[in-house]
Ligand binder design. Structure first.
Ligand SMILES: *Cc1c(COP(=O)(O)O)cnc(C)c1O
Length: 473
């Protein structure tokens, strides 16, 4: 056996320059060497968006082991909203590390767990009395929301939506829409999951007739699906208020409010999966606020603890307390270091500047990228809310997805030191998730690289799409 390498020295306090810098090609020689070792040691089951090894990260910059400074349009998939080495997060987590790392909250307790719960009870949508349960991952939060809804209603079925993403555990895979790569060869899946149409303004049967018509068509489809399976058999309906992996789809205005009404009429627990869209990403603390809708249960994870693993289920007190004592938990659920990090994230949101920056990011991106819909024939839509934004590539008229363009644009951005991610059922969407602390100059630089890459690739793009390939994330 080889020895485990010694811990890297504590990074120097010198701030990471907030500018893009290419020291080598990307990936550089050191990243390529480390990648060879990875391939020799790590399962091939993990994909990677950009095989570059990171040495330091802060603000809007990832610095790799070759000294390249890459503009971060990913935030580790919407996690490092307050920056990947936020001072408050480091200090609170470090202080907790000095005191203790773990007790297991089901064995002995610590104060920060209830403090995190109190903040979430006070800040998630809905003015009703709430309780919160903490876990570690987003998938765990989704699974526990289903457990709670079933326990509270005595019903079994769960309604989910087209393009939904809810995780990679067995139940959440079943709830996720896209087969490749998430579900391929991993079945059979748990039963009682039913899927309904969502209100995708670009691809709805009522597309082009305005948001009201799109929402109405989707709501009618939801009612039909519920009727088919017996509305009274549904414990929960789970919806992302802005869909994440499925393509950054902002549902047509009125759709979420319509779901709220349907859930109320049939006694179904409405669960807002805000794991990607929540915690300030869209310019409000929770994305449901844009539509004035409150789920009976709201799920948080990703950006909740500034990069430490923490997730939360926050919901109506009577639902959350319907579960028998001991029915919920987990060894690492609400780990104390992660709880302290979450409290630091809450402090960072206090003065409103992060939310304002999310909205400023939207304004800058809209100015740089929205004109591409007119300037090119293959940018079908620029969309999103706040700092959760996407460009969808499709053939004009037919809307045939162009994953090849998304891939090529992304590859160019990567080569120039801008980390973009693709998403969507067809992999034909580039999504932007910059940290909310990204400075305006850095943002503008990254946007111009992306804009020029799109103009370049779109200018040469033929009318027909080669066979689609699965995205790795
Ligand atoms: C990422 C994500 C999950 C799963 O979270 P994990 O921490 O990866 O388990 C669930 N729902 C949504 C909307 C997500 O974006």
């Amino acid at each position: 056996m080889t020895e485990i390498p010694a811990a890297a020295p504590v990074p120097q306090p010198a701030p990471l320059p907030q500018s893009r810098h290419l020291a080598t090609e990307i990936p550089g020689p050191r990243s390529r060497a480390l990648q060879a070792e990875r391939l020799a040691q790590v399962t091939g089951g993990f994909g990677v968006a950009l095989p570059v090894f990171i040495d330091r990260a802060d603000g809007g910059i990832l610095q790799d082991v070759d000294g390249n400074r890459i503009i971060d349009f990913a935030s580790g998939i919407a996690v490092t909203s307050v920056g990947a080495s936020n001072r408050r997060v480091r200090e609170r987590a470090a202080a907790q590390l000095e005191r203790f790392t773990h007790t297991c909250y089901m064995v002995t307790e610590y104060e920060s767990f209830a403090q995190v719960a109190k903040w979430l009870n006070g800040h998630t949508p809905g003015s009703f009395g709430k309780r919160t349960a903490l876990f570690s991952t987003g998938a765990e939060a989704v699974e526990n929301a289903v457990k709670i809804a079933r326990s509270a209603t005595g019903r079994e079925k769960v309604l989910v939506f087209d393009e939904a993403y809810h995780g990679r555990s067995l139940l959440t895979m079943a709830m996720t829409a896209k087969v490749n790569p998430y579900k391929l060869n991993f079945g059979p899946f748990p039963p009682e999951i039913v899927r309904a149409a969502s209100a995708n303004p670009l691809r709805s049967p009522a597309a082009g007739q305005g948001p009201q018509a799109v929402a109405a068509a989707a709501l009618a489809a939801v009612e039909a699906t519920l009727a088919e399976h017996g509305a009274g058999n549904f414990a929960a309906m789970v919806i992302e208020p802005v869909q994440g992996e499925g393509g950054f789809v902002v549902p047509a205005a009125g759709f979420l409010a319509g779901l709220r009404g349907i859930a109320d009429r049939h006694g179904i627990v409405l669960v807002g999966d805000e794991i990607q869209a929540g915690m300030g990403r869209t310019g409000t603390l929770f994305a449901s606020e844009h539509e004035g809708v409150a789920g009976d249960i709201t799920l948080s994870a990703k950006a909740l603890a500034g990069g430490l693993p923490l997730s939360a289920v926050t919901g109506r007190a009577e639902l959350m307390n319907a579960v028998h004592p001991g029915g919920l938990g987990g060894t690492y659920a609400g780990n104390p270091v992660a709880c302290e990090a979450a409290l630091a994230v809450f402090e960072a949101f206090e003065d409103g500047s992060l939310l304002a920056n999310a909205r400023a990011i939207e304004d800058a991106a809209r100015a740089a990228l929205a004109p591409l819909v007119e300037e090119t024939s293959v940018v079908a839509e620029f969309r999103g809310r706040g700092a959760m934004l996407a460009v969808e590539f499709a053939d004009p008229g037919t809307l045939l997805p162009r994953a090849d363009i998304a891939r090529e644009v992304s590859a160019r951005c990567h080569a120039e030191g801008v980390l973009t991610l693709t998403c969507g059922t067809h992999g034909n969407i580039i999504r932007l998730l910059p940290p909310l602390v990204t400075g305006s100059e850095l943002l503008e630089d990254g946007l111009q690289v992306l804009r020029n890459a799109i103009l370049d690739v779109a200018g040469r793009a033929g009318a027909s799409a080669p066979a689609a390939q699965p995205a790795v994330l």
